[in-house]
Write a new protein. Sequence first.
Length: 308
Amino acid sequence: MKGKIIKSTGSWYQVLEMETGKIFEARIRGKFKLIKTRLTNPLAVGDFVEFQLEQDDVAWITKIEQRRNYLIRKSVNLSKEAHIIASNIDVACFIFTLKHPETSLGFLDRFLACCEAYNIEPLLLFNKMDVLNEPEIELVKDIEFVYQDIGYNTLEISSYSQLNLNDLQELLKDRTSVFFGHSGCGKSTLVNALQPGLNIKTSEISDTHLKGKHTTTFAQMHFWNFGGNVIDTPGVREFAMIDIEKEEVQHYFPEIFRKRKECKFHNCMHINEPKCAVLEALETGEIQETRYSTYIKLMDEAEELSQK
Ligand SMILES: Nc1nc2c(ncn2[C@@H]2O[C@H](COP(=O)(O)OP(=O)(O)OP(=O)(O)O)[C@@H](O)[C@H]2O)c(=O)[nH]1
Ligand SMILES: [Mg+2]
Ligand SMILES: [Zn+2]
């Protein structure tokens, strides 16, 4: 039998049998190594699998199909183990909140670099617009402009005031999307707002730290009645890339990669080389300092990893 993983807790899974629409609780039998990296989860939500039924109700997953793409992360300094957030994705939505909780641009840039590396289309959603005052709205628009200029698709939204939710539905319709962001940024609330009746658990962010409480603990796929589906994921604090070479990092920053053609040296890494077009663009503000600083950090991390 063939199916798709729609929920994963790490020890057991939910598999949707595509033909009948039946859902089974399932476990793994055998080895599932598609990539060489050590993983905390061999199977992820979005994976297509083969499974067998035993005594009618226990499903054993026996095989996993190659993934078309996947979103993968590890914590910045932590172990060598990585975690597949979701797989076989059409669009990866990054939920950005200027406040409650505050989202750092470095976190966003790491996510975008990962999308570039794994061939996933990102969509940048500026959420909780309803809580912002005029200067804060201006700030969001400035940030938005920077990312649009690089080539990313963006949308200002709010689940509370329903801002642009129809436009968002259009963008998500008939596709598999994943919602990603810090705990408390409003991923699950957004799923509920896009489809009232799902009643996914949400909770208020803490008053003292203005951070989320990690309400969603497992990735889970939900199906839209307007077509397509979404993978709601647990909030994460930080994001690091895996298996990345120092020289390769610039490929994942489109504006840096475009500029590199004008550098004097063809193998310029844009650190301190003479006649570097990227450093010049940084000077003029054409390339953002926050983006550049994440670029440098990712190169440092890649170098550190290669020395281990
Ligand atoms: N003002 C405002 N608050 C929102 C909005 N969307 C969500 N919230 C609130 O933000 C808090 C956190 O929302 P959740 O949906 O649980 O956040 P989450 O991203 O799913 O968090 P985790 O599951 O912990 O990763 C809740 O109190 C929501 O009511 C919004 O558009 N505007
Ligand atoms: Mg949630
Ligand atoms: Zn250069």
